[in-house]
Write a protein that binds this ligand. Structure first.
Ligand code: ADP
Ligand code: MG
Length: 609
């Protein structure tokens, strides 16, 4: 007897729903994308109990006529593609025509929609996939979609919903992702009737980012000037050297406006930041990639979160270039210290300098959903009452475009701007600067100085080496042996004279002249380890840079080395002569500042905030 059955339609929808709508945040993603595809300028999202009791989306997009309103609830009903060719050139968020039927099959669903010029609109109710009512609708033009009691008819799935706060955090994160990519659209988010986010429309992306992450962080982002490489256009805003997070929540990347994650992108970021990012940390990015839709496939992930690039290497390299150029340019900029909390419109135009880390920044790990101390949301005006289902056209709230040309930037800091006060724990050099107390990590600073010195030597055609009185014989594993053979040239250029001396045995006759290490064999082990940890994709330049970073670290003064004041002054001078003075080659900060204002707050001489 045959065992295969064709599933009844309602059941098939529920199965499909599992892939598309795994939690309330997924509804928000699908519904907001639909609103954006429908050209909405205002989008409201209302959630109750983390979204599992209710998600309601109100938009002022095109709306649908009755026929479309009925059709959109059928599976594979979409207005966005027609032919197989269209699938290869998708410019909309949606195209599968499965979100609405999926959502309607696992909730108490209501759709109310009216086209702009239509006299009446349509209201449809669906209960767990069963059509229960169709009537006229007299509300505002645009579309309202409500999904109540998510998974009420699929208890197995309902069990997987997390605590209210967790689900809502995902909802909010999802909305933030879309809000960043669409500054020209106004967004409102409420939870249990309370206003959580209100973002007026603006033409300025940085303004939108500021509304979401607060002034302090936004003012310290660097602008990635739009640039194209191998058909990949990159632009946006990224954190400067030393600005990082322990999770990926602030690493946001978009492809043609769609928030996505991709290994090629992550590699590109990592490569671009390279020594400006601490190992194990993630950068803060709002990075936008534009590509022809033919150059990638979005139809590989049920939630369209991942994409497949036809030329992943091109994407990786375009991003790496964009990021490294931005960091390099920023390091060359004169440093205009943008005071924290300043809403200066000029900040939108002038990239912030690679700043001396503020002390708070160094300690905090700020997840994107956490309300920032600047609490930008609560201070904003309340939701325009006109925009909640009423028939009036919502007011267009476009923030003024900032006037070009900000205040003249002060000159870059120099060693002479700082007065050395003393040394703490034989490591932290305490200094007085124009804005307060500045601490320099003498080891990190020396590492940066050495790193750039060695790199220059390498670029100038090789590093001077010192012959060893007793050549070192290295016994290696077959794998390390291969690595050493493959990289022999690069190692020679690094000042390491190494050659095969038998099966899996190498002889080292010379090491870099600047190496202070008292145990060259241990240092070599370290270099080999470093070689092994570099991915095959890493270019040979990066490889030598990594090896140099290790060398620089080994050759640098340690935390217990006592330096004289003139030595410290020389170190500070060398540091400010560096291309990227504010972090060591491993991305740790070299300088940390505690501003006078912060001290005044701590001593109660100034009101907090
Ligand atoms: P897809 O987005 O893949 O086309 P959906 O199931 O999400 O599939 O939506 C089906 C269709 O319903 C869309 O193609 C669109 O024509 C229509 N639609 C959905 N949401 C809206 C909306 N908010 N405003 C106008 N039309 C919408
Ligand atoms: Mg859709």
């Amino acid at each position: 007897m045959s065992k295969i059955r064709i599933l009844p339609d309602a059941l098939a929808s529920q199965v499909a729903a599992g892939e598309v709508v795994e939690r309330p945040a997924a509804l928000v993603r699908e519904l907001v994308e639909n609103s954006l595809d429908a050209g909405a300028r205002h989008i409201e999202v209302h959630a109750q109990r983390g979204g599992s009791a209710l998600i309601r989306i109100v938009d002022d997009g095109t709306g649908m006529d009755r026929e479309d309103a009925m059709l959109c609830l059928e599976r594979h009903a979409t207005s966005k593609i027609r032919t197989k060719e269209d699938l290869g050139a998708i410019r909309t968020f949606g195209f599968r025509g499965e979100a609405l039927p999926s959502i309607a099959s696992v909730s108490r669903f209501r759709l109310a929609t009216r086209e702009k010029d239509a006299l009446v609109g349509t209201e449809i109710e669906v209960n767990g996939g069963k059509l229960s009512a169709v009537r006229d609708h007299g509300g505002a033009s645009g579309t309202v979609i409500e999904a109540r009691s998510l998974f009420f008819n699929v208890p197995a799935r309902r069990k997987f919903l997390r605590a209210e706060n967790t689900e809502f955090a995902h909802v909010e994160q999802q909305l933030r992702l879309h809000a960043i990519a669409n500054p020209q659209v106004a967004f409102t988010l409420t939870h249990n009737g309370e206003l959580v986010l209100h973002l007026p429309a603006t033409r300025d992306m940085l303004e939108r980012i500021r509304g979401l992450v607060g002034d302090e962080l936004a003012s310290r982002l660097l602008k990635v000037e739009e640039q194209t490489f191998r058909g990949v256009t990159v632009s946006g805003y990224i954190g400067g050297p030393g600005m990082s997070r322990s999770n990926r929540q602030m690493q946001t990347t978009y492809l043609n406006g769609r928030p996505i994650e991709s290994a090629s992108i992550s590699y590109g970021l990592r490569e671009g930041y390279h020594t400006a990012l601490m190992k194990g940390q993630h950068p803060v990015t709002f990075l936008f990639i534009q590509m022809e839709p033919q150059a990638f496939d979005v139809n590989v992930h049920p939630a369209k979160k991942e994409v497949r690039f036809h030329d992943g290497n091109g994407v990786r390299e375009a991003i790496a270039r964009g990021v490294s150029r931005t960091l390099e340019n920023a390091a060359k900029l004169p440093s205009g210290h943008v005071p924290a909390g300043r809403m200066a419109s000029s900040a939108a135009q002038t990239p912030a300098r690679p700043e001396i880390l503020m002390s708070e920044e160094h300690q905090e790990v700020l997840p994107i959903q956490a309300p920032t101390s600047a609490a930008p949301l609560r201070q904003l005006p309340a939701v325009p009452a006109a925009f909640s289902g009423a028939a009036t056209k919502p007011q267009e709230v476009i923030a003024p475009v900032p006037e070009p040309g900000g205040p003249p930037a002060p000159p870059a800091p120099a060693a002479s701007d700082f007065r050395i006060i003393g040394v703490l724990r034989k490591l932290y050099v305490l200094m007085e600067g124009a804005e307060g107390l500045v601490l320099m990590d003498q080891h990190a600073a020396h590492e940066r100085v050495n790193f750039e010195k060695f790199r220059r030597a390498l670029e100038a055609g090789g590093v001077p080496c010192q012959r060893l009185l007793m050549p070192i014989t290295l016994q290696t594993t077959p794998r390390d042996s291969d690595l050493l053979r493959q990289n022999q040239d690069a190692l020679n250029r690094l000042g390491i004279e190494i050659e095969p001396f038998g099966p899996n045995i190498f002889k080292v006759e010379a090491v870099p002249a600047f190496l202070r290490a008292d145990d060259p064999a241990a240092w070599l082990d370290h270099v080999i380890e470093e070689l092994g940890s570099l991915s095959a994709k890493t270019s040979s330049l990066r490889l030598s840079e990594d090896a140099i970073a290790t060398t620089a670290c080994r050759a640098s003064v340690k935390s217990n080395d006592v330096l004289s004041i003139p030595e410290l002054q020389a170190l500070l001078k060398d540091l400010f002569a560096c291309e990227m003075p504010y972090c060591c080659p491993h991305g740790r900060p070299t300088l940390v500042q505690i501003s006078v204002a912060e001290l005044e707050r701590k001593f109660g001489r100034r009101a907090p905030g």
